[in-house]
Ligand binder design. Structure first.
Ligand SMILES: Nc1ncnc2c1ncn2[C@@H]1O[C@H](COP(=O)(O)OP(=O)(O)OP(=O)(O)O)[C@@H](O)[C@H]1O
Ligand SMILES: [Mg+2]
Length: 312
């Protein structure tokens, strides 16, 4: 793992040394993902998309709401955003947006569809990609399927922001996406069970922390007051710091707001139904904080692919 991280940094050094600079390792010797990486950089003039994985220990704490509404807040800032539902079993994002994409990543992996074909534009200025439960088996893909999938993932590299909504809990699938992200946003509520489960997932992230080098962020959802949110956040960030030696940034809180459940019932994002409700203002604030937080030098999209596949 450490070797891999070092290799990544080495690639980054080459890349940031300047476009068109000498590549000592030689063009032909570069791996496919390295080539994808530099192409993504060349095409856009920027080096990277920001890849944000939203996860939690306990289910039902608000991951999908946060993912979709954060995406909308980013879109309002003029960013090109895609939300990937990494949990097909529950089809969270689709249900929340009242859309039933016909195809998903499974069809891409099986070469039946391209990424562009399965991607759906919404009325809200964001795109969505339905995930496949087969994603948990990245390790089981054949070499040909892997290559095809890597090629297809490249279609996401022209997005500024890629938000990955995961299933709750610790599974290989979730950890792979956490590892692949620039930022892992952990969602909890003030409930003791949610906090304990959030701590569980953070603990597992900690075991691989040295090689991950990503931004770990906390959002406390369904709070009654700022003071309550701060109490939860302080407790969690202190535990992470003291016992796990992890730096976790508190991104902000979202108020328990009836507008959220009402919007869910209408299958529309609360940012659209009621852009001025408490929850909407909180999400905008969270995205503002996210934008201010440093995007670590992790090599952008190409290295996301490496991290996804290098772990299998
Ligand atoms: N800030 C909030 N205020 C009020 N209700 C909320 C809030 N956040 C979430 N909820 C309620 O919790 C429900 C679950 O939210 P959501 O589907 O986003 O959670 P999840 O973590 O994605 O769940 P799962 O683990 O099943 O994927 C929502 O349908 C909504 O009713
Ligand atoms: Mg969900």
């Amino acid at each position: 793992m450490e070797d891999q991280a070092e290799k990544l940094r080495e690639i980054m050094r080459h890349k940031t040394a300047g476009a068109g600079g000498e590549n000592k390792s030689g063009e032909d010797n570069r791996s496919r993902s390295e080539r994808i990486e530099s192409r993504a950089a060349d095409k856009t003039g920027r080096t990277k998309s920001r890849i944000i994985t939203v996860t939690s220990g306990k289910g039902g704490v608000g991951k999908t709401n946060v993912s979709v509404n954060m995406a909308l807040a980013y879109a309002r800032l003029g960013k090109k955003v895609v939300v990937m539902d990494a949990d097909l079993g529950l089809a969270n994002v689709n249900v929340m947006l009242n859309m039933i994409p016909k195809y998903n990543l499974y069809h891409v992996i099986r070469k039946q569809k391209t990424m562009k074909e399965i991607m759906v534009d919404t009325d809200y200025g964001i795109s969505i990609v339905a995930g496949a439960s087969g994603f948990s088996k990245i390790a089981d893909l054949s070499e040909e399927e892997r290559q095809n999938f890597i090629n297809e993932l490249e279609a996401l590299s022209n997005f500024d922001i890629i938000i990955i909504d995961t299933a709750a809990g610790v599974s290989r699938n979730v950890l792979d996406f956490v590892a692949a992200a620039d930022d892992a946003v952990i969602i909890t509520t003030p409930e003791p069970t949610a906090i304990t489960d959030a701590y569980g997932i953070i603990k597992i992230i900690a075991t691989e922390w040295d090689s991950l080098n990503m931004g770990l962020k906390l959002v406390v959802n369904r709070v009654k007051s700022y003071a309550e949110a701060k109490r939860v956040a302080d407790r969690m960030t202190n535990i992470a710091g003291q016992f796990l030696n992890l730096k976790m940034d508190y991104l902000g809180c979202i108020f328990d707001d009836i507008a959220v459940s009402q919007a869910v019932l209408r299958q529309r994002p609360f940012m659209v139904v009621d852009p001025k409700c408490k929850a909407s203002l909180c999400v905008q604030h969270i995205v503002g904080r996210m934008e201010k937080s440093e995007l670590k030098e992790r090599g952008g999209f190409g290295s996301m692919i490496k991290r996804l596949f290098g772990r299998s």
